[in-house]
Design a protein around this ligand. Sequence first.
Ligand SMILES: [Mg+2]
Length: 248
Amino acid sequence: MRAIIFDWGGTLTPFHDIDLLDLWRAAAEVLAPDRVDEVSQALARAEAQWWQQAVASGRSGTTADVLAAAAEATGFDVDAALHDRALAAHLEAWTPHTIADPQAAPLLTALRERGIRTGLLSNTHWPRAWHERWLARDGLLELLDARTYTSDLAHLKPHPEAFRAAMEATAADGEPLRPEQVVFVGDRPLDDISGAQAFGMRTVLLPGSLRASTVNPDNAVPDHPVEPDLRAAGLGDVLTAVDAWRRS
Ligand SMILES: [Mg+2]
């Protein structure tokens, strides 16, 4: 066991059960101040469709794809400057919902003290810069040897190429990792656990923060029949499991 790779939302960061439409309103206010309701709904719909297609096809993309789809649906023009301002407003609205689990930094520190490489693999259309700003704010950036975002890749989890990219990024220079030397920790049975298992990694399933949603059923993490190596109650259980695996 030489490396551990974490999912982000619902794993290192508890996700909140929030109405995504509200978060798109900030972008709509920049893009079309006189059509905020219509445009924010188009953006939320475009994002939901983006995720459905991405999951069905395994193909990744960026937030720009979501904006472009909403622009096409509603007929508004998005020039580069407006696009950047709208995206910034949307991601700013997300900021309070991106606070790391307080157990994340002590866990990553303890793993590194054991000489274990640490990595992140997030299914996301958001740009790297925003993820890294949030990680730096919470003191996690320096504790993760590698951060892999599917917005920079062609594929999402559970596609094996996403896990391969994260594993290669997490390896130390000149010391390539094999899947069986890596533990993957995530909250989604299909994307995280099934995907990592099929790639040959050991897996830890966390209960996550969105097993069910009272705000929008689309927020909830779908179930999927899979047996992880460990069902943990929280991040606090991960170190105990890692120590046991290293002794065995
Ligand atoms: Mg997650």
